[in-house]
Design a protein around this ligand. Sequence first.
Ligand code: ATP
Length: 199
Amino acid sequence: MLKIGITGNIGSGKTTVSKIFELLGIPVFYADAAAKAVMTTDQLLIGGLKQQFGNEAYFDNGELNRKYIAAKVFTDPAELAKLNALVHPAVFRSFDEWVKGFSDVPYVIKEAAILFESGSYKLCDYNIIVTAPLQMRLDRVIKRDHITPSEADSRNSRQMPEEEKVKLADFRIKNDDTELVIPQVLALHQQLLKLAESK
Ligand code: ATP
């Protein structure tokens, strides 16, 4: 079974494209949702966070004190790096567990906004990037999330530039209205099936 990573910068449409793969019967792991979930389910991570940030990192009922953690890391890149160093491996563990649930599929997909930034792409057999021009991506998230153009800009500026990611990816899906997306996904699906067969 192949492990395929899929990413794209904000508003590129990586989730939309992932849903099309799901319609084709391909299981998709959503890493951003998993990153939230592991905060309260992965004991190794919980222990690590308490050790790193103090017991105040969690409320007595086991819920994560998001505001407390956010305040710790927001202005301190070193603290943010420590948080990531704990959370990323927990998401990898969660993915590995999730994969075990599938034995009869040719490939599974890991959808992650920070696939390249986290190094997660190295653990995948192939990686896909979904692209669209900057203004189109910004317009989509402004509309979807009801945010201001400057907030969208600021979110975008925190990501690795799209062109850098294109260089690291094996496959590209253009979600920019110049080419229909579904035929691109179908063609890539056929390619991945062949690659899975020959593995
Ligand atoms: P983010 O990282 O910001 O969560 P994303 O890459 O997962 O974004 P999506 O959520 O899939 O992107 O798409 C962003 C928005 O753009 C959604 O509201 C989606 O419905 C819309 N969208 C995606 N593709 C297209 C398209 N080809 N035409 C019009 N709207 C689209």
